[in-house]
Design a protein around this ligand. Sequence first.
Ligand SMILES: [Ca+2]
Ligand SMILES: [Ca+2]
Ligand SMILES: [Ca+2]
Ligand SMILES: [Ca+2]
Length: 462
Amino acid sequence: MSPDARADWLNQIKDEQKMKGKKPKILLMIIFISLAFIVSLTSTADISVITVPGDYPTIQSAMAAANPGDTVYVSAGTYSPSTNAEIFPIYMKNGVSLVGEGADICILDAEKTDKVIVCNLINDTSTKIEGFTITNGSGTLGGGIYCLVSSPTIINNVITENSAHKGGGIYCIFFSSPTMINNVIKGNSASWEGGGIYCEFLSYPTIKNDTITGNSASRRGGGIYCLFAYPTITNNIITGNTNSSGGGGIHSSYLPSSHITYNDVWDNTPQDYSGCEAGIGCISEDPRFMDKILADYKLSAGSPCIDVGDLEAPGLPEFDLSGKPRIVDGDGDGIAVVDIGAFEFQGAIEATIDIDPDTLNLGSKGTWVTAYIELPAGYNVADIDVSTLLLNDSVRAESKPSSIGDEDNDGIVDLMAKFDRAAVEDLLEVGENVEITVSGSLSNGTQIEGIDIIRVIRKGKK
Ligand SMILES: [Ca+2]
Ligand SMILES: [Ca+2]
Ligand SMILES: [Ca+2]
Ligand SMILES: [Ca+2]
């Protein structure tokens, strides 16, 4: 749900609740007039939204008061033992959705006291865990989320820096079929197996459109570990996960019929797959994240993950993790196809880039490589967030000096940004037509990208 859609939905339900309380006389009249209308009123009146911290100071107490069909809605903030005396783990209730205001602003921090969320016998798949950063959980089985005979929908979360013996981020066992969709699962660790996700004995999770990166396990399955489990793994980016033996990306033991399709599994250590293999539509290429160092896992222009996901995957959501449309034509061929990973590429504004110098001598000294950036009519270079600018996806612009002017006197205002010359030179080899890309985003998140061609030579010392 987009932030706007979520607010509308929340208001609608609240209005319905107010109606229920304020209009007893009208309701009595209606009872005499129309039986059908009563039925429709009572069916909506059953649903309630319990807010934290509005109605209850802790999520735990709100969950205790909730009934099936209710939503516990959590406002922006950090919920932890040291902030609001939150007690972990938070126990889910069957049919009760736990919805946060957004993964970037609503944080569940267990401060390593216990797991963050536990699902025991949650067999109602309408039970949702949505819109949180789930962090600093710690447990033997599952640090972030634990599922026992449970099939919740886990959507639009960032699950990070949790740790466990098995299943640092998420652990599921015994007829658990959680649906994990549009999540970033990063930087979780297991002291045994399954750094990101551990699926055990007869669990059937659906792992779809997630970005699973930088997780680690001591033994096997840095990204995902499966033991007698039958997950459906589709449209995910699984990259940069590590473990000391077996498959780094996905490891499977006793998994005769795994369903691994349309994923980008790349750069996992020591290998991408073990005990299983890439199915139809899988690739193994650098996903070209916007900014790996700043943990911005949106795709940049030219990413191989754009428009190559499985559009037939059941239950694709309307929006991606950042609330942007989920199925967008990102490669401009007129056909909208879902991307791989948690974020859908929304297109980039084409910038005009002029790199200075036009001929770069790797043998000469100098402090900077300079880029002059112009945007098409209707956009303002003052809106460019200089801290997001990257040269060839690698070298970050200096925050200073940067300035706005019209250096080339063509009447179009440009932004000048400087890049460390030695770092740029490390990327380049001698050549006549060397492509330099500069990419970044405006303060509203819209991406920009442009290319210039320079000559690279090597003369003199160094
Ligand atoms: Ca797309
Ligand atoms: Ca397309
Ligand atoms: Ca130039
Ligand atoms: Ca200009």
